[in-house]
Write a protein that binds this ligand. Structure first.
Ligand code: GDP
Length: 494
């Protein structure tokens, strides 16, 4: 059946084409096996991806916290003495930034761990455990609390930072080979948006070969750096086996890795059933505003953004037009009634925004005027938090619930630049209509455009050609890595 009704009687593939395995306790994490009830997928994961995920699970369990291998490796890290490379090597991810960014960085780190046979462990202090269930069977993906390094304190200028080591010529693939004998116990990878030339050499083949010999990598990033992994020759074969459909990396890995905890999942499914399930069509609109109008009015209200949303939705036929004048409205309504007496179609619109003004206005417009085809439009918005508070647990739980609710729609309109929207479109497997950023408080023309793929955009992608040792346009090197629709200097997989 095409229906994605949440009825437990409708058949659905709870293991998501083999991404998931049986055997987890269902009650402690309902979302894991219920996700498929609410989501279709445009793509089937490759058998090779599934095989690699199973291998990774074995690795995570064999080398994870509490194991003999982990104790041994962390003892070496603590003492700083002789390194014996074992087959347990680690990638520690420090977490910061907003929730959308966090999801993108976790997926990027996980893919990198998969490609380099490392165990991924994530920062335990950023309430990741409150937001997501454990993804791997029989082990934890949270960095143990007695981890020997104070990894959160590393910065770009720390001596342990890879970019810094390269600059000081104590390590690396691109530098003086006579120093290549150096093998640090651990290296800090600074891949935040503000990173510099030497940090970006992480994306070069030779540097990857050097890093291969380092047992512990600590990574800090707030970005979806996957597109640049596709440009590293040494990863290309493996990546095309893992993802024969290249633009499904985030889609499959996010469905594999992210399972919201019970409280969040309960609020998502309850909201879905109460307001969205019965509609004939669901349209998600993610409204993220980066313009300001004085400090106190971060989210507007901006009438031009309201116009942009409505023009986008109506031009692209996602929402019906409104009969504007009372008379005309009544007339078209009559005509509509004559032509199609039984249009009791309803469209549910799920908006997410820090402000409630936009959804109130959209609702008001559809309440005050009948639509030209008689369709009823109802608008719902679960919260309006007013401003971003990424350190607040409740706030983050609401944000995650809304990312999941957005992903349950049939069509999506998102705000360009926003990772919150990328996460929702990726989970959904939908190509959204992206609203472009407006300039000078004018509605851009066109107000929105269809995304080329469901993948997120890598905002601060490097543009250095490692072989030629000069800058180049990396959006033109291979057909499947292009510049993003919304961030012209960014890169995305298409
Ligand atoms: P980005 O900044 O748009 O790329 O997205 P992020 O998710 O990384 O950071 C924005 C943060 O602001 C979110 O994680 C939320 O904490 C908050 N936020 C932004 N938009 C919304 C929204 O529509 N609903 C809720 N609940 N929170 C939002």
């Amino acid at each position: 059946s095409d229906d994605i009704s949440p009825s437990p009687y409708i058949e659905y593939d709870r293991l998501l084409g083999g991404l998931l395995i049986e055997g987890f306790d269902e009650k402690s994490c309902r979302s894991r096996y219920q996700f498929a009830r609410y989501h279709k997928s445009p793509s089937i994961p490759s058998p090779y991806l599934i095989e690699r995920l199973r291998k990774q699970e074995v690795l995570q369990k064999r080398c994870g916290p509490g194991t003999k291998a982990y104790k041994e490796a962390s003892k070496q890290l603590r003492s700083g003495q002789s390194i014996n490379m074992t087959d347990c090597n680690y990638l520690i991810l420090t977490i910061h930034a907003g929730l959308g960014n966090r999801m993108l960085e976790i997926i990027s780190a996980f893919l990198y761990a998969l490609l380099t046979n490392r165990i991924l462990l994530v920062d335990r202090y950023k309430e990741i455990g409150d937001l997501f269930c454990e993804p791997f069977p029989g082990t934890s993906w949270l960095v143990p609390s007695d981890f020997p390094l104070n990894y959160c304190e590393f910065t770009q200028s720390s001596p342990e930072s890879y970019g810094n080591m390269l600059q000081n010529k104590v390590a690396g693939g691109n530098t003086d080979r006579s120093l290549a004998g150096i093998r640090p116990h651990y290296v800090y990878l600074h891949l935040d948006g503000n990173y510099g030339f030497h940090d970006k050499l992480f994306f070069c083949e030779d540097d990857q070969q050097f890093l291969q010999g380092v047992p512990w990598l600590i990574i800090r990033t707030d970005m979806y750096f996957v597109p640049s992994l596709f440009l590293i020759p040494g990863f290309q074969d493996e990546l095309s086996r893992l993802f024969p459909e290249k633009d499904t990396v985030f889609h499959h890995l996010a469905r594999y890795l992210f399972h919201p905890t019970n409280n969040i999942w309960y609020s998502v499914t309850k909201y879905y059933r109460s307001y969205l399930a019965k509609a004939d069509k669901r349209v998600g609109i993610q409204i993220r505003i980066y313009e300001t109008k004085g400090i106190l009015q971060r989210n507007g209200p901006f009438p031009h953004i309201l116009n942009q949303i409505l023009s986008c939705a109506q031009n692209e036929k996602l929402l019906p037009e409104i009969g504007m004048t009372e008379g005309a409205a009544a007339e078209t309504q009559n005509k509509g009634a004559a032509a199609d007496t039984q249009n009791n179609r309803t469209i549910a619109v799920l908006t997410t925004s820090l402000s409630s003004w936009y959804s109130d206005q959209i609702q008001k417009k559809y309440e005050e005027h009948p639509t030209v085809d008689g369709t009823t439009v109802k608008v719902y918005q679960p919260s309006h938090e007013e401003y971003q508070r990424s350190r607040n647990k409740k706030h983050n739980m609401k944000a995650l619930a809304e990312i999941y609710l957005l992903s349950m729609n049939d069509e999506l309109i998102t705000s360009g630049f926003s990772t919150f929207g990328y996460a929702a479109q990726g989970l959904a497997g939908l190509k959204p209509w992206i609203m472009f950023r407006s300039e000078n408080h004018m509605v851009p023309d066109p107000p929105c455009g269809r995304a080329m793929s469901i993948e997120p955009c890598f905002h601060q992608a490097p543009f250095y050609d490692c072989k030629a040792k000069r800058d180049t346009d990396l959006g033109k090197v291979v057909p499947y890595v292009r510049h993003c629709e919304d961030v012209s200097w960014g890169l995305k997989i298409v």
